[in-house]
Design a protein around this ligand. Sequence first.
Ligand SMILES: [Zn+2]
Length: 252
Amino acid sequence: MKHSLGSLALLLIILAGCNSAPVPPAPTKEAISFTNTVVSLTFDDGDADNYAVRSVLAGNNLYATFYVVSGFTNSNGYMTDDQLRDLYNDGNEIGGHTLSHTNLETVNGAELEREVCQDRSNLVSYGFEVTSFAYPFGHYTDEARQIVMDCGYGNARGVSDGPEAVPSVDAYGLRAMPYIVSDTRFPKMVRYVTEVENNGGGWAIFVFHHVCDGCDQYAIKPEIFSEFAQWLGAQQSNGLVVKTVGEVMGEK
Ligand SMILES: [Zn+2]
């Protein structure tokens, strides 16, 4: 009896030594230690349901980038400027996503400039420092790219071809991981991150839209987002870096 208690104590000491960081139920068989991987969580469009992730982000020491369509702000289905300010004051980033979610391949000249520059002005007028932009649908022309630069943005994100490198190859064509859609599950999201590390490192920019249970094809379920956020939060003590796009680009 004495002997087995001693063995148990030894086992507990060994287990405690192995688990110095709090880790949630392991989604992968082996723990991974990150040396060269950066993750950014980005939310497009400023949907009202995005506000619900505020506490999840804060609770896991994570900061995200919210790309806002300022022409929709304060209207039904979208966040209010007060809610955006809450997110911003928590340390999240607010970026631009045009005035009315226009495909920038379909406009030019003054209309293109209005879509990009008036949107940014609106966000600045709400009190935000705005350096990051996301192209609606990931589409743009050379002219659109130039306008984004001229309006004062320091970077612009697409929606595909990720992972991105650090430093990025093209600040006005940041590459993102595949869309998170309603059937994207937690293990797959974890795999996106671990594969980047296993392939030598890089920048995994995740693109989210709605956060809800089945309200949209491009939606993540709140519980899956929470699960992923908990995992990301815990991996920060294993070397994983989670930052806003502006932070990674050195602009915030
Ligand atoms: Zn969008």
